[in-house]
Design a protein around this ligand. Structure first.
Ligand code: M6R
Length: 611
């Protein structure tokens, strides 16, 4: 959460920083601000989205060749101008931006207050900044040294960028737990939370690791650890095009990303799945095949939509590989005392690869000897690097806060992993294996066919947009899809929605059914279908409004439903990649009909780097 940008070099810093903030706005949009150095320090900040900051700065003096900027997802202190970053030190010399949480800030704040400091904001960032300034003043040391000393006392997560008006070309940066990428240009450097603000200027980047500190000047990048030892920066080439992070003619990133799915799923399968040869090529699985196929247990850890993908994977892996699977919320796993034995494999699923809870859960499992297999979208991200092995989803940058194409990419990767293990282990017949390869291969085309009927979902959305609640029901492979449909509707349309296993409904939620409650059944034809149809009858008998996602040609479900949306027939193992699409569209169209900002829903952020 929170996006940070920095620039030092010969160009005008403000336009670069501002554009970078717009690209990173998905990480938080409670407030934004910039600090620029040009014969003195200028700090401008504003509550609200980056566009509001931009408007407030029309005509302001923003001339500078060095600058830092921040877009905030509030943790300490309400969203306000006062709590917006950058913060200035009490001496007026330093400005700092921060992504993360300083857990022991209250103690440090008390110490500083005892020394006579007072604070203008409620943030942990201002405390850390003055702590650094105080160390520098009292020890007569360099800023770099003061940062190092301060960070050794800090408990929590941070990525910080600092500028000093006495040193008008240098940005000091450091990270632990929150991401930082440095782009290397010719006589200039770019800093950001991810590569999207950098890609336009250079493809050469350095991913800074935890406990590293960077001293960044136009023509120099020095990396050190907190022990003041130099580290050789490892330069990698970005495999990303600018077009991937722009809307490309769509009104919103969310709908662009929904419509990209035939291509992103295809990209995920491309080079891996070969139907003619009957093979799946995945080095991350092959290199760890013995550990994977002999795993006593697989524990899947993830959050949000990625956790739903994990639930689908639980059904698939248990069915095909006959390995027991548990799916855990990373935030719960990390704080209890989980039993992880040697021989257990952890699959960590994350779109951003930066989710703090998942990252810490990985570290915890690693300490107990587990093998970590990362299923990650963001290349080079912290979770990808913390994993022993893994597979990228290759969905491309996902910018809409609601996860859509990442989910189907995760399902495609997890299905391939399961098939590969099952085939190697001999727990799947050759015939079924080959059939499932073909089914998987056909998914992009079927998703494309579904998207051609998006207007039908729009009509349903218009009909039900004023509902205050909704119930999503599904069984088996479609139960996690029901959960995902409910999550999408909640976060994008602010309609209270619950997902349930369809059979569980009679144990409580059925009490909610009235003539106005939309009950959305994910009811594609699979081995649970007859049972789901019975559940539909039960809702119908109570005059509930039934909306069903069905398989083409399913007349019985159609007759029981007030509204239906049909998807092409598919094996139940790959069906979630199809049945989720109309639910993504439903939340999008309801959100739009209600006039909401679907790319930046309230209170949310894309990359949840705080616990
Ligand atoms: O980047 P991750 O996949 O680790 O993120 C996990 C969740 O924060 C994420 O899926 C979140 O629930 C989305 N807003 C769902 O649309």
């Amino acid at each position: 959460m929170c996006g940070i940008v920095g620039y030092t070099g010969p160009r005008e810093a403000y336009p670069i920083v501002l554009k970078g903030l717009k690209r990173l706005e998905y990480r938080g949009y409670d407030s934004s601000g910039v600090a620029l150095l040009n014969h003195g320090l200028k700090v401008y900040k504003k509550k609200g989205k980056v566009a509001e900051l931009e408007e407030s700065l029309i005509g302001a003096d923003v001339k500078a060749n060095i600058g830092i900027g921040h877009t905030r997802w509030a943790t300490h202190g309400e969203p306000s101008d006062r709590n917006a970053h950058p913060h200035e030190s009490a001496s007026g010399r330093l400005a700092m931006i921060h992504n993360g949480i300083i857990e022991n800030y209250a103690l440090i704040k008390k110490e500083l207050e005892n020394k006579g400091y007072s604070f203008k904001s409620d943030t942990d960032t201002e405390v850390l900044l003055n702590f650094i300034d105080d160390i520098q003043q009292h020890n007569d040391c360099s800023l770099e040294e003061a940062v190092r000393v301060a960070l050794k006392r800090v408990v929590g997560a941070y990525c910080i960028l600092l500028i000093d008006k006495e040193d008008p070309h240098t940005i000091i940066a450091a990270r632990k737990g929150s991401p930082l990428v440095i782009g290397i240009g010719k006589g200039e450097h770019f800093l950001a939370s991810d590569a999207s603000p950098i890609i336009e200027y250079t493809k050469e980047v350095v991913y800074v690791n935890d406990y590293e500190l960077a001293i960044v000047r136009p023509d120099e990048l020095i990396l050190k650890n907190l022990g003041n030892e130099k580290i050789t920066p490892y330069v990698t080439k970005l495999d990303m095009e600018l077009a991937a992070i722009e809307k490309g003619g769509y009104d919103h990133f969310m709908i662009k990303e929904i419509f990209e799915q035939p291509k992103t799923i295809y990209d995920c399968l491309r080079g891996r799945l070969d139907v003619a040869k009957g093979t799946i090529t995945m080095a991350g699985v092959e290199n760890y095949m013995e550990q994977l196929k002999n795993a006593h247990r697989i524990i899947i850890i993830a959050c949000g939509t990625s956790w739903h993908a994990g639930l689908v994977a639980e059904y698939i892996i248990e069915e095909l590989c006959r390995i027991p699977v548990e799916v855990e919320y990373a935030s719960e796993f990390r704080y209890r005392n989980p039993v992880v034995n040697k021989g257990d494999v952890i699959i960590a699923i994350s779109q951003s690869g930066e989710t703090a809870d998942t990252l810490v859960a990985i570290e915890k499992a690693k300490e107990q000897g587990a093998i970590i297999f990362g299923v990650v979208n963001a290349v080079g991200s912290s979770i990808a690097r913390a994993s022993h092995t893994g597979a990228y989803t290759h969905s491309g940058p996902e910018i809409g806060v609601a996860s859509t194409k990442a989910f189907t990419g995760q399902l495609a990767v997890l299905t391939m992993i399961a098939l590969k293990i099952a085939h190697n282990k001999g727990t799947i017949s050759e015939e079924r294996y080959l059939q499932l390869l073909q089914d998987l291969h056909d998914v992009p085309e079927k998703v494309d066919a579904i998207l051609k009927n998006a207007e039908e979902v729009k009509a349903i959305a218009d009909k039900y947009k004023d509902s205050t609640d909704a119930l999503f029901l599904g069984r088996g492979y479609n139960f996690p899809v029901a959960l995902e449909g409910a999550l999408k509707l909640k976060e994008i349309s602010y309609i209270h929605a619950e997902g349930y296993p369809a059979a569980e409904m009679k144990h409580g939620p059925i009490a909610l059914v009235t003539e106005t409650l939309p009950v959305i059944f994910v009811a594609t034809k699979d081995s649970y279908h007859e049972k789901v149809v019975s559940n539909m009858q039960e809702i119908k008998a109570r005059k509930g409004r039934v909306i069903s996602i069905i398989t083409e040609g399913d007349e019985l479900s159609t007759s029981l439903s007030n509204d239906v949306f049909a998807v092409p027939p598919a094996d139940e193992i790959v069906a979630p990649m199809l049945s989720v699409i109309p639910l993504q569209l439903l939340s999008y169209y309801v959100g739009i009909a209600k006039g909401y900002d679907v790319d930046k829903p309230r209170n949310l952020a894309k990359s949840v780097t705080v616990e």
